[in-house]
Design a protein around this ligand. Structure first.
Ligand code: SAM
Length: 264
């Protein structure tokens, strides 16, 4: 690739990461976006944007995407040049590390951009413009997944977007670690975290989810998984969920973005 002549778009932030931290997000992407990857006439190109101080999440994302389509190639992009140098020894056929930012400096449109724990350190007002910029880099049928999780990946919330904008919000958790669904509130992505207040849809959603979880308490004797599935089934009466029991079994639930979008 030609040497860059302009500054990457964005600001370096803390590089905290952990091996296997993003496994829930990786698996969801491979399951939900796998068919689109396989439909691509060319080898699909994916991006792990802001992979952090070590390249683990990029290495793992590629491995999981290749279970969906073995042709997949992946670029890890970091705005902090020293983190790119540190990742270079891990390059191999189909995996490259590149210095850059929200401009996504890789050739051509891409099938997937994953940005995990990146926007949390920016301002809420910046999110829409960053989303728009990243979505412009997507190929037709491409996906942007932007979200947040805890240090060891037990609790995640992410937004999935296509070229036309946000489509869904997914909540994913290790069920054994959950006291109530609103425990996930602290992992809401930047676009929603400041909106978890009365009067905002995401607050109403988590309130209803906690109520459904409480009503499903008798199922706890069958295990947290059965309780989650029961609670999510109840939630589906009032909220537009886009997934079903196969994903719920994984400790996930996905909701249409319009139902949770912040009020203006
Ligand atoms: C907290 S780490 C997250 C690492 C990894 N994605 C994870 O979830 O474990 C955030 C990383 O994003 C990088 N970053 C921040 N803004 C960026 C941008 N505009 N483009 C590329 N990387 C960015 C930071 O330098 C930092 O290394």
């Amino acid at each position: 690739m030609a040497p860059r002549t302009t500054r990457p778009v964005g600001t370096p932030t803390r590089g905290t990461t952990n091996p296997n931290r993003l496994r829930r997000m990786d698996r969801w992407i491979a399951a939900v976006h796998g068919p689109a990857l396989r439909r691509s006439p060319e080898a699909p190109v994916a991006v792990d944007l802001g992979y952090g101080a070590a390249p683990w999440t990029a290495v793992e994302l590629l491995a999981r995407l290749r279970t969906a389509d073995p042709r997949t190639r992946l670029y890890g992009i970091e705005i902090e040049p020293a983190r790119v140098e540190a990742a270079k020894p891990y390059e191999h056929d189909g995996l490259s590390f590149v210095h850059g930012g929200f401009e996504v400096p890789v050739p051509g449109p891409v099938a997937l951009i994953r940005a995990a724990n990146v926007l949390r350190q920016y301002d809420e007002e910046q999110v829409t413009a960053v989303w728009r910029r990243l979505c412009e880099r997507l190929a037709p049928g491409g996906l942007l997944v932007e979200g947040t999780c805890d240090e060891i990946g037990r609790r995640h919330v992410w937004v999935a977007l296509d070229r036309s904008g946000p489509r869904t919000v997914t909540f994913a958790t290790r069920l054994g670690s959950l006291e109530r669904p609103s425990d996930l509130a602290e992992r809401l992505p930047k676009a929603l975290i400041h909106r978890n207040v009365p009067g905002e849809p995401v607050h109403a959603f988590l309130r209803d989810f906690d109520r459904a979880w409480a009503a499903a308490a008798p199922y706890a004797s069958l295990g947290a998984r059965q309780r989650w599935i029961r609670a999510v089934r109840d939630l589906a009466a009032d909220w537009p969920l886009t997934d079903g029991p196969r994903r719920w079994r994984q400790g996930e639930v996905t909701v249409r973005w319009e139902a949770l979008a912040p009020r203006e």
